[in-house]
Design a protein around this ligand. Sequence first.
Ligand SMILES: [Cu+2]
Length: 117
Amino acid sequence: MSVRGLGPITIALLVGCSSGEPTVEPIPTAHTIDIRIANGEVSPVNTRTEAEVGQRIVLRVDSDATDELHVHSAPAHTFPVAATVDQEFAFSVAVPGRVEIELHQLGRTVTTLLVRQ
Ligand SMILES: [Cu+2]
C-alpha cells in the first residue's frame, strides 16, 4: 500500500526537476550614455544607441556650458544642462522607433536611439 502511494509523488518530483529554459522576459537594465560638452564641442555626436521599450535610459553629462538636451520621443523630454559635472537625466521610451537626443544650443545630435519592442 505504501509503495503504491509513492508512485505519483515520484513522478511529480521528476517533472518539477526537469523544467527547461525560463520563459520570463529579462527586465531590461538601465542604459547609461556618457555625454561630454567642452569648448563648444559635444562627444559623442551622431552615434546610434540600441534600446528597448520601457528601458531606463540615463544621460550622464559633464559640461562647461549651459544647454538643453532634447529627447525627441513622444512625449518629448527636455533636460536643462548646467555647467557642471555628473548631471544625470533619466527617462524611458514607450513607443518603438528612432528617437534623437539633441543638444539644443550647440545644434548637434548626440545619438539616435533605436528603440525596439
Ligand atoms: Cu530638439
